[in-house]
Design a binder for this molecule. Structure first.
Ligand code: XIL
Length: 344
């Protein structure tokens, strides 16, 4: 049997995987995770809405279970994610009477939340994606409730609060589209600004939701070089390679044009991925890993966004009902050729 991924790349980086809550109780998933990987992250089970489903009511069932699984099986656990424009419930931004909170009130509430949540796992969660997706591709701040109510320093405050709640945890800023130069520059200035205040940022997370064509590999290569030259380490945090027509998250969020949506709904390979496409995907994975290895001095971890094609979020995003094949295991949880190629 071929050596596990985590073993093959052990001198380069940690190899992680995102798990659905149900994976923790699924023997097939568990055996793959424990054989191939050495780091886990909850695909959704540790996001804000899952942890505080109702005002003031915490539910730590899943985070506790993720931590136990990680500790029992020797994985590092990454906390994903504390502050994000999605999965922050609307009521979080209001008081008990339903009035919108003011800056100072929201800051107090955020710090209390981070103290409760991050503090609970102090010393045991390896690192947190403190803030997720705060910028637009043009480098401007995303106009989320966090930004609108607090202002642009909500990001550094979140890092500060997390650091105070667990000084041993690594802190990451996580985003997609970091091959866009203006967004790259915005993230670099952000990291510099936070660090200049004595607050740590250990790395940035490049999500890595890619396709057969996107991104241009030389751009990705340049982006990683650019971050490393600025003294910023990189994690590849949500790697998958879609084989379907690709539309950026931003286009979708701005309301995609009808023809784009139609293209997306097409399921060109409803039953099986043709060998030629599977080959392109394997090549793509190999090319991506070549870039990661080239920069392995600055890349500490590469995490796949799921185990198998069957459970990938890309079957539901950006529109429901797609049949995508983005990961290393097929719908029967059998290793795909892409996995074999990554082991050669
Ligand atoms: C996605 C999950 O995969 C889905 O299961 C969930 O319903 C929505 O979020 N960028 C991120 C991830 O940072 O948290 C997103 O995960 C995918 C895009």
């Amino acid at each position: 049997e071929a050596r596990p991924l985590r073993d093959i790349y052990k001198n380069d980086f940690i190899v992680g995987v995102a798990l659905a809550n149900s994976d923790l109780d699924d023997p097939k998933s568990v055996s793959i995770v424990n054989r191939e990987f050495n780091s886990i992250v909850a695909e959704f089970g540790m996001k804000m809405i899952d942890v505080i489903p109702k005002p003031g009511i915490y539910d730590f069932y899943w985070p506790d279970k993720f931590l136990r699984f990680a500790e029992e099986n020797g994985h590092s656990l990454i906390g994903h994610t504390l502050v994000w424009h999605k999965n922050s419930p609307d009521w979080f931004f209001r008081d008990e009477q339903g009035n919108p909170l003011k800056r100072e009130q929201l800051l107090v509430k955020l710090q209390e939340h981070i103290n409760t949540y991050v503090g609970r796992y102090r010393g045991r969660v390896t690192g947190w994606d403190v803030v997720n997706e705060a910028f637009n591709n043009d480098g401007s701040f995303r106009k989320s409730p966090w930004f609108n109510i607090i202002g642009d320093d909500y990001i550094e405050k979140a890092f500060e609060f997390t650091h105070l709640a667990d000084p041993t945890a690594e802190l990451y800023y996580n985003d997609y589209g970091l091959v866009h130069s203006k967004k790259q520059e915005a993230v670099i200035s952000l990291v510099k600004r936070i660090r200049s205040k004595g607050i740590p940022v250990h790395a940035i997370g490049i999500q890595g939701h890619y396709s057969l064509q996107f991104p241009d590999l030389s751009k990705l290569d340049q982006a990683i070089s650019r971050f490393s030259k600025e003294g910023i380490n990189v994690m590849i945090t949500e790697l998958d390679v879609s084989v379907l027509p690709f539309v950026s998250q931003d286009v979708m969020e701005q309301g995609a044009i009808v023809s784009e949506v139609k293209k997306l709904l097409l399921n060109p390979y409803p039953n099986k991925l043709p060998d030629s496409i599977a080959d392109s995907q394997s090549n793509r994975y190999v090319e991506l890993f070549c870039i990661f290895i080239k920069h392995s001095e600055f890349i500490n971890r590469v995490t796949f966004w799921g185990i198998s094609d069957k459970h990938s979020w890309l079957n539901h995003w950006p529109v429901n009902g797609r049949v995508d094949y983005p990961l290393l295991f097929d719908r029967e949880m059998k290793p795909k050729n892409a996995l074999k190629r990554l082991k050669e």
